[in-house]
Design a protein around this ligand. Sequence first.
Ligand code: XUL
Ligand code: CO
Length: 441
Amino acid sequence: MIITGTKEYFKGIGAIKFEGKESDNPLAYKYYDADRVVAGKTMREHFKFAMAYWHTLCNTGGDPFGPGTKIYPWSTNSDPNRAAREKADAAFEFITKMGFDYYCFHDFDLVDEAPTLLESERRIQKITTYLAEKQNASGVKLLWGTANCFSHPRYMNGAATNPDFNVVARAGAQIKIALDTTIALQGENYVFWGGREGYMSLLNTNMKRELDHMGRFLNMAKDYARNNGFKGNFFIEPKPMEPSKHQYDFDCATVIGFLREYDLDKDFKINIEVNHATLAQHTMQHELQIAANAGMLGSIDANRGDYQNGWDTDQFPNNILETTEAMLVFLKAGGLQGGGINFDAKIRRNSTDLEDIFLGHIGGADIFARALLIADKIRSVSPYEELLAKRYNSFDTGKGRAFESGELNFKDLYTIAQENGEVALQSGKQELFENIVNQYI
Ligand code: XUL
Ligand code: CO
């Protein structure tokens, strides 16, 4: 059901429907067929697609070389509380027209920050009441909430890792309010992304102390939320750099080590973003697999980087090979734990039609849907799984099996190798694997 406010913002655009790949209608899904069952679940259940408030409704396209290029009709009211309601109207109109079930926000995407903490809290409480009404009317849910503890100048040296305790306390207050908001809106998860939790120079940084502070801070936040009825997951979103030179949550492996060290691994999982993975010199597939190995594959921020340059361009995903390989890992891991696919992506600065926001999201949903169908076929019809299993079949019987089950000691390896003589080479068959993926695309 489409939910508009008093004004319709996206005039001339109705509900986006599945029309199939033969359709020439740019405002229709070619692959995303929400109720189609793939590998035991509907596409809607696999993906839990979410709109990101910040890119879709707040970002007007400014960059270091020029101002924004987009004039959003929901951003013109000078009264911050009214402007927030108009933005919420636009949000729910967009989400329901797309046929998505979820959204995500930072606290100050919802409403502008006020001059005092108390007034900011009041503003947030007002818009929370309004959002709850909109959720009830539409059935749209909150995938996750978060706090923006990186834009305001007070956070220039970090939030939870700031060397000044008073800033740490201020970040705590802000995150307490964001947790209250997430709980009030029955958010399914809560995200921590620490863009300024890191350093610019190690010369002026006590890294160990800052990491200890972050561990303590996250434990306090977790305890507060749990004591106030939050049953969802906490997610850390890794990123290696930007805006910090070196971010503490560099990549999945680093985050897993941190969570285990500070006793957070039972409550926290990972929200993995494509462009953050590539900035860390990993593939998205690698990051998904690392998280899955640890049972921490929580959620995905979908986008892509520009592979010819090295910054966070947050483009909409459209790389079918990359997304297919990601969906292979996704299906094998049994999907996401609590999270969904949040389009943390923005249309280009020179994409200035309101329609372009729809086109970006339609393309993103379609690339995931198409990749899921292909990955499912590769896993169920092609020889892929069999070939992969075959590479390891020396561990399925005999001495290899004894090794896996811990029945051999190191000297046994020596004896076995002496008996074997030189081993025969086993081809890795990489080209064959690549050809199979290409065949099913
Ligand atoms: C920044 C980024 C954030 C987080 C939420 O690169 O991805 O928008 O997703 O703070
Ligand atoms: Co993100």
